[in-house]
Design a protein around this ligand. Structure first.
Ligand SMILES: Cc1cc2nc3c(=O)[nH]c(=O)nc-3n(C[C@H](O)[C@H](O)[C@H](O)COP(=O)(O)OP(=O)(O)OC[C@H]3O[C@@H](n4cnc5c(N)ncnc54)[C@H](O)[C@@H]3O)c2cc1C
Length: 474
């Protein structure tokens, strides 16, 4: 078996892994990044297409947290991780949340000003900007609905750089921090899954990996390292740690933003190329209203989830956009690695209060869409009626049940929470796994709770802060 030696092993190349690799290699450390998924040219696939799902998503986009109702979720599995497939919406961690988490979990150096300093640094490095011109119709719908109802709405900045003609390019990790790490000397090994970490007492001395590139030649590999950063995301980081014998507070406490949808028909065509940039923030952070991917397939799926007369209702699909209401949920889930299974089992049990929040979110979303001029609303609730007027919306209230609501999420966090309170956390304030001297987690798993906003900015700011702490101390 081939053995590779490195100072620092980074497992996973998404939002957390790319920041880690770029920061540590820029400081002159010898870094090896191992990524389970393939390298995929960021321009090779039409964004939001089926081709893209096959090439870049884990399980081609079909994963679910088991429960009643189940919550479907999606993750990236390629160099750049979920940043290659996400919408790039950028929102710093709200200061009241960082203050709350700092107190509750006793997290050192976690003030809003510290996190803002790191967020600013990353924003300058990646280019985070707003649209140079007017929003597309799918996004303007949200702004229009909010204005009519006298609710707050904002255009979110995105991790997108615009050229002189207004054409935007999403600044994914495969376009930015991964090439930066490689030019600073980092070695990138795609198509390579870390199966297990190798332990010697309180140290991790490396990892056992399996390379499986597209040509089909499988290679088992041992990577020996002085320091290991696990950045596989909130589902796969705890699974790898559990497979390697680390279990204390590793895997429980999973948080999601459960999301319910409406397919809304308008009298005018809606653009389908991009995801809307506007959000209705009137009820944030506990409830956020926004727009989803709305390609033909997404519209068909959304109509199917509502039990619409699918074939008939797809007529004029160009006039239909898909929108969502996402909640901060009081429930928690769990990630459990099962011997013999490649992927962990993920569970999440919504509370009754969560279901009420989702019902309220669905009705508010319906109000906004009707106020914006929608003529027909199809909710992602099996058998719920199609709504055409505001006075019909209340009829949805009793339909959002465990057996009828169709939910999804793309934000998973909190399976290895940070903080000095060892009874509630899996890692110290800077991501070092309790009971180890040289094993760190540096990704979405560290957030102590769901942030109520898109999480990439918070994940990257916390990861950059942890790297500075590591460089100053190790
Ligand atoms: C469709 C979609 C849209 C989204 N939209 C937004 C948005 O607009 N704004 C926002 O802020 N957030 C958004 N998100 C969420 C955001 O992208 C994630 O929260 C963030 O990327 C998580 O970062 P991470 O480093 O924890 O994990 P990821 O970015 O998912 O990276 C983890 C990487 O680790 C690899 N890996 C896992 N296990 C192993 C292993 N054992 N060995 C080797 N490699 C491994 C995976 O293959 C993956 O590439 C979206 C997510 C999705 C899926």
């Amino acid at each position: 078996m081939r053995t590779v030696e490195t100072d620092i092993l980074v497992i996973g190349s998404g939002a957390g892994g790319a920041v880690t690799a770029a920061a540590l290699s820029a400081a002159g450390r010898s870094v090896t990044v191992v990524e389970e998924g393939p390298w995929v040219d960021p321009d090779a696939h039409e964004p939001l297409s089926l081709d893209e799902m096959v090439a870049k998503y884990r399980h081609r986009g079909a994963s679910a947290a088991l429960g009643a109702p189940p919550v479907a979720f999606a993750e990236g599995r390629c160099v750049g991780g979920s940043t290659e497939i996400n919408s790039g919406l950028w929102h710093r961690l709200p200061p009241d949340l960082s203050e709350e988490w700092r107190g509750r979990y006793r997290i050192e150096d976690f003030t809003p000003s510290t996190l803002d300093r790191y967020a600013e640094r990353i924003e300058a490095e990646l280019t985070v900007s707003k649209l140079p011109g007017a929003p597309p119709p799918s996004s303007a719908v949200l702004e229009r609905g909010a204005i009519k109802l006298d609710w707050r709405a904002v255009e979110f900045a995105r991790v997108v750089s615009y050229d002189g003609s207004g054409r935007g390019t999403k600044q994914t990790m495969a376009r930015t921090l991964i090439p930066k790490a490689v030019s600073a000397g980092a070695r990138l090994i795609p198509d390579c899954r870390v199966v297990k970490l190798l332990r010697e007492g309180d140290r991790v001395v490396g990892a056992r990996c399996r390379r499986h590139p597209e040509d089909g030649f499988v290679e088992d590999l041992t990577i020996r390292a002085d320091h290991v950063f696990v950045c596989g995301g909130a589902i796969h980081s705890p699974a790898l740690l559990q497979r390697s014998g680390f279990r204390a507070n590793i895997g429980p406490g999973l948080k999601l933003h459960p999301t319910i949808k409406i397919a809304a028909r308008f009298p005018h065509p809606v653009d389908h190329r991009d995801v809307p940039m506007h959000r209705i923030t009137e009820f944030a952070p506990n409830l956020t209203i926004g727009g989803s991917a709305s390609r033909r397939g997404h519209v068909a799926m959304a109509l199917a989830e509502s039990s619409a007369e699918h074939a008939k209702d797809m007529d004029g699909w160009e006039h239909i956009g898909v929108y969502y209401a996402a909640i901060r949920s009081e429930a928690a889930g769990r990630v459990v690695a099962v011997p013999g299974l490649r992927s962990p089992v993920v569970t999440y049990r919504l509370t009754e209060a969560d279901l009420s929040r989702l019902a309220r979110g669905l009705i508010h979303l319906g109000e906004a869409l009707l106020a914006a001029g929608a003529t027909e609303l199809y909710p992602s609730v099996t058998g719920a009626p199609v709504v055409r007027r505001p006075d019909e919306l209340a009829g949805w209230w009793d339909t959002v049940t465990r057996t009828r609501a169709n939910l999804m999420t793309v934000h998973m966090t909190s399976t290895v929470r940070i903080g000095e309170d060892r009874s509630r956390t899996g890692a110290d304030s800077y991501g070092r796994v309790w009971g180890t001297t040289n094993l760190r987690v540096n990704d979405a798993a560290l957030l102590p709770d769901a942030p109520g906003v898109n999480p990439q900015a918070a994940i990257m700011a916390i990861a950059a802060r942890n790297c500075d702490h590591f460089l100053a101390n190790a």
